[in-house]
Ligand binder design. Structure first.
Ligand code: 9GP
Length: 829
């Protein structure tokens, strides 16, 4: 009876301490207990990795407590929730970030010291969770941190890939890809929910069934796969709130091929079941285009279907009908990748919950919001109709029905302008008939966001012009931001302490606008000394890493000049390398006595090329070929070094960013949707050398054009320049450096030929030749400033001071208030 149960609960409470405490002794005891009982090593003999595992588990325990409290609180309050659907999350490591957000970093440090361990050393044991490609994926991770910190009732949903982004290995200067089997050593940061599973269906047919005197569609699927939840608690900073990133793994379903069991083909039946797991096995490693692969589409639907079952289950737990659905649920589409969610919501509401089509449609239009992260047309996904028809036949019908209604409506609005109608249709008729996922997302979302102001402008005037003219009210932008917790506090603790000291508060960690308070000290000589010391220590750390990994010794007195991001033609790593060749050429050709005037540089480049992206791979090889020559030339010595950092990832970024004096963001204007690396570097006091592209335009507004080194064609000039093609004059120096590569000065003459062709007059789509002159001028200005260390330091301080607008806290607040209509829901205690 009830009495007995109550006694039991009371007894359980009595046995539990209310919460885990975080005093020195408790932490040490917890760590050792985990060594003994979780890691199963003797507490008298365990190595650094085992110590890391035990430490991680003791942190995880504390995360779980807060996470439970938060979930109970959300359930009790039943606020409107935001569900963030993203195929990619680039979380990196979790340990340091967790203890900092939990506010127990120092306690752990002390506890470990007494046990004979160092926190930093153990933190290095952790591998990266690299379930994403680049900017989009890291942005999702930053936004999760902000959602938790700002107490929003949010869930992230994604896929738990068994293989994250490939590891980049460089052999003879060529990129090779190796699988990243990241779960090999276990993952203490996730909680497997063996009971939170949903069946996900594929293939089959759609049949008509009699229903209530009419007909209805019934999907009879041909294959079922089970989705199992893995929860990753995401702690906020300065709050008890800890939200959930729920990632799905595919497992064979019991409903699968009973047939084969009956026919006695047991071995094959088991082998077939295993195939189910491939759905969540590997992340697609290309962030440019993902056209028409069945596995990719399966991944998308798999995660969308499981997430929506979970979301609808949660809604139904506390609601007896769907009337309040749009008041309680907001669904964010992170790029087009999850846009099948639109058809899935329609299918569930209409086919399974038996809502009327119009009502379901009304809900869809109220709950979906869409953010796009690219301006490149190849980044907009298209799914061949044949593929969709075989994999998800009912969804194809629904998309056709949506399109039919929409085109009818459109005809009323714009008349029979068939060109425009066909451009705006969700269905593309062509050699391969396909579904335009971006059009689907735009038609069905109430808001279409860009990721910076100029990105939004490009969307309105170019990429989605037709739609903007129809629905101007839908188009908005939320300039990206990054979390200062990870990108200053975790990765640059000495700068973090310095900032807090000079601001007299740590409040900037939650309220980043306070960084502006550094402005008034920007000329203070004491701050300058301390700032320079911090920067130097970070550069030494980076120099050690460079030497350990490449054997190249670099001088910390040189300017550390960094370009770290995916390798893309539009991001123009090639421009950087050609600039380095020019610098090398100048040093070689100058009088020995003049070399004293050269400002020494260490040029650092890092980034991965998509495995099938030949041009990008050649750029990596060229970088190595040039480095080989330059770094071994006695005429050059410390005046110029070129280092390629292999396997660039979140952890490497945490090391490189604090050590950068200068950083390059040099995409051809009009190509970078936003850029977020620039924000991390800015926060850390790097000066930017940049084109006026993406969010840089807004950075200029914050810190002033004279606080950075700008160059290059402006966005509005680019189309005309491209048109002009061979008519504009390319500077002689440019022709000369390209010729050096062409003539085999760095070897591999044949291999680089096509790369050189790409930048020849008339062929130079990304305008390297056109921008070269002003690029060199900007570089010269950077050199000149670097000699004036006082000026440089002031500019560096002002960069950090002006970076407040580029926190993901601001971005998320804008989304919450203007797009999602959600409010904070703060867990008490
Ligand atoms: O290329 C964009 C980058 O400019 C932006 O900052 C980032 C986050 O919005 O998204 C990148 N896009 C992708 O990673 C894939 O399209």
């Amino acid at each position: 009876g009830g009495g007995e149960a109550r006694v039991r609960v009371e007894r359980m409470f009595g046995l539990m301490d209310r919460f885990l405490t975080s005093d020195l002794i408790s932490l040490q005891k917890d760590i050792l207990d985990h060594v003994e009982y979780t890691v199963a090593r003797s507490r008298f003999s365990f190595d650094d990795f085992e110590a890391y595992q035990a430490l991680a588990h003791s942190v995880r325990d504390r995360l779980i407590e807060r996470w439970h409290d938060t979930q109970i609180h959300f359930k009790r309050k039943d606020p409107k929730r935001i569900y963030f659907l993203s195929l990619e999350f680039l979380m990196g490591r979790s340990l340091s970030n967790s203890v900092i957000n939990l506010g127990i970093r120092d306690q752990y440090g002390d506890a470990l010291n007494e046990l004979g361990f160092e926190f930093e050393v153990l933190a290095e044991q952790e591998g990266d969770a690299a379930l994403g490609n680049g900017g989009l994926a890291r942005l999702s991770a930053c936004q999760m941190d902000s959602l938790a910190t700002l107490d929003y009732p949010a869930w992230g949903y994604g896929l738990r890939y068994q293989y994250g982004l490939f590891r980049q290995v460089i052999l003879d200067g060529y990129q090779h890809e190796q699988p990243d089997y990241w779960l090999n050593f276990g993952n203490p940061w996730e909680i497997e929910r063996v009971h939170v599973t949903y069946p996900v269906k594929f293939y089959g047919t759609v049949e008509d069934e009699n229903f209530n005197g009419g007909k209805r569609k019934v999907w009879v699927p041909g294959e079922t796969v089970e989705a199992v939840a893995y929860d990753n608690p995401i702690p906020g900073y300065g709050t008890r709130n800890t939200i959930t990133l729920r990632l799905w793994a595919a497992k064979p379903s019991d409903q699968m091929d009973m047939e084969s069991y009956n026919t006695g083909d047991y071995i094959n039946a088991v082998v077939n079941r295993q195939r189910a797991e491939t759905i969540s096995s590997v992340l697609y490693p290309d962030d440019r285009s993902y056209q028409g692969k069945e596995l990719r589409l399966k991944q998308q639907y798999f995660f969308v279907s499981a997430s929506l079952q979970d979301i609808i289950r949660r809604f139904k737990d506390s609601h007896s009908n769907f009337d309040d659905f749009p008041e309680k649920v907001a669904l964010q589409l992170n790029d087009t990748h999850p846009s099948l969610a639109i058809a899935e919501v329609m299918r569930v509401l209409v086919d399974e919950e038996h809502l009327d089509w119009n009502k379901a449609w009304d809900f869809v239009c109220k709950i979906f919001t869409f953010t796009t992260h690219t301006v490149l047309p190849e980044g907009l996904e298209k799914v061949p109709v044949d593929l969709l028809e075989s994999l998800l036949p009912r969804h194809l019908q629904i998309i056709y029905d949506i399109n039919f209604d929409y085109i009818e409506e459109l005809k009323k609005r714009i008349g029979l302008d068939y060109d425009r109608l066909s451009r705006m249709s969700i269905v593309e008729d062509g050699a391969v008939k396909s579904i335009r996922m971006a059009n689907l997302a735009i038609v069905c979302s109430h808001t279409v966001n860009g990721v910076s102001r100029v990105h939004s402008k490009l969307l309105k005037t170019r990429v989605f012009k037709d739609f903007y003219e129809l629905w101007p009210h839908k188009f908005h932008y939320k300039t990206n931001g990054v979390t200062q917790r990870r990108w200053i506090v975790v990765s640059n603790p000495s700068l973090s302490a310095l900032i807090s000291k000079w601001l007299g508060t740590e409040a900037w960690i939650r309220d980043v606008d306070l960084l502006a308070g550094l402005q008034e000290h920007a000329a203070n000589a004491d701050l300058h000394e301390e700032w320079k010391t911090v920067r130097k220590v970070n550069k030494m750390r980076l120099a050690e890493y460079i030497e350990a990994m490449s054997g190249i010794k670099v001088s910390v007195n040189a300017m550390f000049d960094v370009q770290i991001k995916r390798i893309h033609e539009y991001k123009r790593q090639l421009l950087n390398i050609l600039g380095i060749i020019h610098r090398y050429d100048c040093i070689k050709n100058m009088e020995k006595s003049d070399r004293r005037k050269v400002v020494p540089r260490v040029c650092i480049i890092g980034g991965k090329a998509a495995p099938g992206y030949e041009v990008a791979k050649k750029i990596i090889k060229l970088c190595h070929a040039v480095a080989e020559k330059v770094n071994n030339d006695p005429d050059v010595g410390d005046l110029l070094k070129l280092v390629f950092i292999p396997d660039y990832n979140v952890s490497v970024a945490e090391l490189v960013i604090p050590g950068a004096d200068l950083s390059q963001h040099i995409s051809t204007a009009g190509n970078e949707a936003s850029g977020t690396g620039s924000m991390k570097l800015l926060m850390n006091g790097s000066l930017l050398l940049a084109t006026e592209d993406g969010s840089t335009v807004e950075i200029i507004e914050e810190i002033g054009a004279d606080n950075m080194f700008l160059f290059g064609a402006k966005m509005h000039e680019v189309p005309a320049l491209r048109e002009k093609g061979s008519a504009f004059k390319v500077p002689l120096q440019f022709a000369r450096v390209v010729r050096m590569v062409r003539d085999g000065y760095f070897g591999f003459q044949d291999y680089f030929e096509s790369l050189c062709d790409k930048v020849e007059v008339g062929n130079d789509f990304y305008l390297l030749g056109y921008d070269f002159q002003s690029y060199l001028e900007a570089q010269a200005a950077a050199d000149k400033t670097f000699v004036d260390q006082e000026k440089w330091t002031r500019m560096s301080i002002l960069s950090t001071a002006g970076s407040g607008r580029f926190s993901s806290d601001r971005t998320i607040e804008e989304y919450a208030e203007k797009t999602w209509g959600i409010e904070p829901c703060r867990c008490p205690f």
